[in-house]
Design a protein around this ligand. Structure first.
Ligand code: ASP
Length: 427
């Protein structure tokens, strides 16, 4: 994303305006604004006139002087979101709406690196330790790739079998030992609360890559970042949105983090659709309802009618004994027929992935793969700029990234996936 796109997205976020209302506010046609927001390599991309930039700057100065309160204005973003004064990312509870949107701004700055147009070496010399004691493809590789794309390098260990935990080593000892080897840790572990225990044993940044059925904060941040970008294109705001969450809401840590993060916004309606034994835990519902949102619980997919976001999840079979799940029948599947029946062309369909594509799994169907409403791969692509932003913030280089960028020397494909062209130009 060029500085122009980053500037405009930040302005709309800070003013909390849709593209339509922002275009009207600055006196330009919506179509012109859209062309300024397209990727620079798009044939329809246009440069915004400097007079418009100046005008937007004036509006921001008057109406949105700073996203921060005066009390926190002198603090770094890492200090604002930190845990007991340390730069960890353990839970979405660490965020306010302002600090979250400041993180999104850093992620926007990372987009040209994620899109392979630019490179940066702000983390040159730093080493990341990826400690994954549970299965992972996306989280482990995207955290690793994000660290490498900022110039750092990565050491990985996967599973208990080949780690000293198999010899009875404690979390404290493992964490303290690793801190002597690496500069940041990403940890995934099957027990809720375990990653916080890693964090207590070290002063280097620790990021929760999933702690059992607890939380998955980086996933929720990239999910909300994706919702924001999709909504910007569709002319919607997160405030007042209708979000349907579907599937295993009991053990699915991504929805636990996401619903709490969405609760930072105003006036949402949540429709939580799960089989009877897999409903959202009460402690999370209590926390979300304190913010005054509407929460409806259901066992029927018909209730996702009119949702702006349909967020599907996998049944977390690894977290409970393999018994039949009441109500989880072939009807309980998000597919094209269902979405066409209950939703319109402006609904987006998301999933943290992996989706279980084996016969009988009833997970998100592949028949939506060519449908532009399916945002799952834009969602995974957004994992890179968001995770780069998390590292840059926690390691104190977020302000240096913009000026550190150089052109990439190699040529990347214009569309990363074979189905991406159907979404071309809608950015
Ligand atoms: N990848 C996500 C997680 O680790 C979702 C899932 O596994 O279903 O929580």
């Amino acid at each position: 994303m060029s500085a122009q796109q980053t500037f405009l997205r930040d302005a709309m976020r800070r003013l909390n305006m849709t593209r339509d209302s922002f275009a009207e506010r600055i006196g330009v046609r919506r179509r012109a604004l859209d062309t300024w927001l397209l990727p620079e390599d798009s044939s329809e991309y246009r440069t915004m006139p400097s007079i418009v930039e100046k005008f937007v700057g004036e509006i921001l100065g008057r109406e949105a002087p700073s996203g921060e309160s005066t009390q926190s204005a002198h603090k770094s973003l890492a200090e604002r979101i930190g845990v007991s004064g340390k730069p960890h990312l353990l839970s979405v509870d660490q965020f306010s709406r302002d600090s979250l949107e400041d993180l999104f701004h850093v992620a926007d700055i990372m987009q040209p690196i994620a899109r392979r147009q630019k490179i940066s070496r702000v983390l040159e010399g730093a080493v990341l330790g990826n400690l994954f004691f549970e299965a992972s493809t996306r989280t482990r590789v995207s955290f690793g790739a994000a660290f490498c794309r900022l110039g750092g390098s990565v050491c990985d260990t996967t599973g208990f079998t080949f780690s000293s935990m198999a010899k009875g080593e404690s979390i404290y000892d493992t964490s303290r030992v690793m801190s002597g080897y690496v500069d940041a840790l990403v940890v995934r572990h099957p027990e809720q609360g375990s990653v916080a225990e890693f964090a207590r044993a070290t002063n280097i940044p620790v990021i929760n890559g999933g702690d059992g059925p607890g939380e998955h904060p980086s996933q929720a941040i990239l999910d909300l970042y994706t919702i924001g970008r999709e909504f910007s294109r569709l002319g919607k705001l997160v405030d007042g949105a209708h979000v349907a969450m579907v599937g295993d809401l009991r053990y699915g840590r991504t929805v636990h983090s996401l619903i709490k993060l969405l609760a930072l916004y105003r006036g949402l309606k949540f429709t939580l659709i799960a089989p009877p034994s897999l409903e959202m835990p009460a402690y999370i519902l209590d926390q979300v309802s304190q913010h005054g949102h509407v929460i409806e619980q259901s066992h029927s997919l018909a209730d996702l009618k009119g949702a702006d976001v349909v967020y599907a999840t996998r049944i977390q079979k690894e977290r409970f004994a393999d018994e039949a799940i009441e109500g989880y029948t072939p009807d309980f599947q998000i597919n094209e027929a269902l979405i066409d029946k209950y939703c319109d062309s402006r609904t987006i369909i998301m999933h943290p992935l992996p989706r279980d594509s084996r016969p009988g799994a009833n997970d998100l169907s592949t028949d939506l793969n060519n449908d532009p409403r399916l945002a799952i791969f834009r969602q995974t692509d957004n994992g890179i700029p968001v995770r780069m932003a998390i590292f840059a913030i926690l390691m104190g280089v977020d302000k240096q990234v913009q000026h550190s960028m150089r052109d990439a020397a190699w040529r990347a494909p214009s569309h990363i996936g074979p189905d991406d062209a159907s979404f071309d130009g809608l950015d």
